[in-house]
Design a protein around this ligand. Structure first.
Ligand SMILES: Cc1ncc(COP(=O)(O)O)c(C=O)c1O
Length: 399
């Protein structure tokens, strides 16, 4: 088969469907259609002014050169302090690696740990990049199925049954994308009990850790018996509305941090210097901006959950974190890829099929409520009209 001369491994690499749906939606907009965007996983708020000002100041002050590959020492120190405070643990700056966005931590960690045939247990539905990278580096991606019955909180008992002698990495994501499940302290205690003492690393993707509406945030890293096995992934994209700045980090054992730093040297050299200084201002500056964004997300969550639950054939949990809802639409059409396409074209509402996040997302849609209450309300009106008219079988026969 002609693969354009590419290495075989490129056939294993997946993608994020959100970017494809966004491109389709943009093409419809270019044709004059009105589209409401509920597909994108990024805060619609502007980056707070004091963070932007810090970046401008940093540029003027000469932060325009390489930095140490693992990040500026003062930035690593500020991250260590902030990560430690939120989780109630002591973190040393040597444990911190700053990266351009948090995504590289997934990539680098799997590059560093996974040999061909090693197993990576990942949530399904879950962030699609976990499975994509696990397969790309030659690992075996093992889905850890999340269920609506458990409010999409990963089930530790199910995890126990998935572990084999080849298990190398387990991925936890709480609050979760796409289904917004939030692991309780008890859930994490059970996971800690299962993995402690085994030659397994856990990647705790806590990028939505500050976007929480109920209860206190719990991290696996706060369980001393598994602290050394845990790698925290976090960053600035969601908490401070900084997706375009590309600033994130990993927190891990210093020897592993040194290897991830080596991967930085081999790829990016370092994260942009003035971006790091903006991050420093975000961590050291006032935190009311985060509280305000979370309060607004909560208001939107309540509007979208009530609106979706009122639609015939739709049921929807009220998530405790992140900015996504994951309504069950199986009664309307179990083929949610078809439904996603219909809603984009007929209702002008861009949403994602749950299957964009793995086979077990079938029957669900993911809607991001990182949009105004007005836009969400209009989207709900459009969904009602379009779903009233929806006839999946005739849609299918039209091809
Ligand atoms: C679960 C999860 N982890 C990590 C990321 C990556 O964030 P960043 O923009 O910092 O690379 C995202 C972004 O959508 C996400 O949803």
């Amino acid at each position: 088969m002609d693969n354009g001369g590419l290495a075989d491994r490129m056939a294993l690499l997946g993608t994020e469907t959100a970017f494809e749906v966004l491109a389709k939606a943009k093409a419809l907009e270019a044709d004059g259609r009105s589209i409401i965007h509920l597909e994108i996983g990024e805060p619609d708020f502007d980056t707070p002014a004091h963070i932007k000002d810090a970046a401008v100041r940093a540029l003027r002050d000469g932060y325009t050169h390489y930095t140490p590959a693992a990040g500026l020492p003062e930035v690593r120190a500020a991250i260590a302090e902030s990560v430690g405070t939120l989780r109630g643990i002591a973190v040393h700056p040597d444990e911190v690696v700053v990266t351009p966005g948090a995504k590289p931590i997934m990539f680098f960690l799997m590059m560093a740990l996974i040999n061909p045939g090693d197993e990576v247990i990942h949530p399904d539905p879950g962030f699609p990049i976990y499975e994509s990278v696990a397969r790309f580096v030659g690992g075996r991606a093992v889905p850890w199925v999340l269920s609506e019955e458990r409010q999409f909180r990963a089930d530790p008992e199910a995890l126990r049954a998935l572990i084999t002698p080849r298990t190398k990495l387990i991925i936890l994501n709480s609050p979760h994308n796409p289904a917004a499940g939030v692991l309780s302290r008890a859930d994490l205690a059970a996971v800690a009990e299962i993995v402690r003492g085994r030659p397994i690393t856990v990647l705790a993707d806590e990028i939505y850790g500050r976007i929480l509406y109920e209860g206190a945030f719990a991290s696996l890293a706060s369980f001393p018996e598994v602290r050394a096995q845990t790698v925290i992934l976090d960053g600035f994209s969601k908490t401070y509305a900084m997706t375009g700045w590309r600033l994130g980090y990993g927190v891990m054992r210093p020897d592993l941090a040194a290897r991830i730093t080596q991967l930085m040297v081999n790829s990016n050299s370092c994260t942009a210097a003035f971006t790091q200084m903006a991050g420093l201002a975000a961590l050291r500056g006032p935190q009311e901006c985060v509280d305000e964004m979370v309060a607004e997300f909560r208001r939107r969550r309540d509007v979208i959950v009530a609106g979706l639950a009122a639609l015939p054939g739709v049921t929807c949990l009220r998530p405790a974190g992140a900015f996504y809802v994951f309504p069950n639409v199986r009664a309307i059409d179990p083929d949610t890829a078809r439904l996603q396409d219909y809603l984009l074209r007929q209702a002008g509402v861009a949403v994602l099929s749950g299957t964009a996040f793995g086979a077990h997302g079938k029957g669900y849609l993911r809607l991001s409520y990182a949009n105004s209450v007005e836009a969400i309300s209009e989207a709900l009106r459009r969904l009602r009209t379009a779903l009233d008219r929806y006839a999946p079988v005739s849609e299918a026969s039209r091809g």
